[in-house]
Design a protein around this ligand. Sequence first.
Ligand code: HEC
Ligand code: HEC
Length: 182
Amino acid sequence: MNKTRFLAATLLGTSLLGGVGLVIGDDDLRRGFGGHDVAPADFAPYQEECGGCHMAYPPGLLPADAWQRVFDNLDDHYGDNAELPPEQARLIRGYVLQHAADSNGPLRTRAFAAQAFPASQEVRISGTAYFKHKHNELPARLVEGNPAVGSFSNCQACHTQAEQGSFNEHQVRIAGHGRWDD
Ligand code: HEC
Ligand code: HEC
């Protein structure tokens, strides 16, 4: 995000919080960011190399430390080998770290920024406190027990606009199930 937009967002946030005592809601998170609440992945080498087995996760879904660990362990990647030639890995890692959750992206991104993963915990977007908080009402039969979804890592099986960086709960259609009404 450029400085002006960041400043505008900060001022908006401050006036909402200070002025009328409102809490920033989910709809506020999306306003002013072109409809997407996490910047979508937009670097072709990343999309090609990291978007084959699953969607190319928007870099703003994990903080830099966590991404660093993913890139340090590509040969042992959730049961797969996702190793890249060194030059390609360096290029892609540079892009991802630059746009990580703690890089002052759109507001929703910042909700993913605070997550620390101790060495004993696997790095997962779906393992962040914010993610768990947002998905704790979903029964396992709609996720692991649902062949059309399989796991929470499969964001776009439920978030129809995930690849555009939009996780708006109103756009959720759970594959093999349909609309989500909470
Ligand atoms: C050979 C297949 C393959 C490739 C290539 C691959 N991944 Fe993965 N990735 C996986 C699998 C399998 C999982 C675990 C999915 C699950 O649990 O359902 C995973 C999970 C992840 C997760 C955790 C998702 C979550 O649940 O939060 C991240 C982050 C990730 N990959 C990043 C990357 C990056 C970055 C690259 C490119 C350098 C990459 N992946 C390339 C197979 C791959
Ligand atoms: C099995 C379906 C499913 C999968 C897979 C899934 N989500 Fe969700 N997600 C939902 C539902 C349903 C909601 C709305 C929950 C509610 O508000 O009751 C939601 C809400 C969210 C929200 C908050 C949206 C809002 O408007 O408040 C974010 C952010 C989000 N998901 C991100 C992700 C990411 C990132 C992934 C992949 C790593 C993912 N989700 C995978 C079903 C899913």
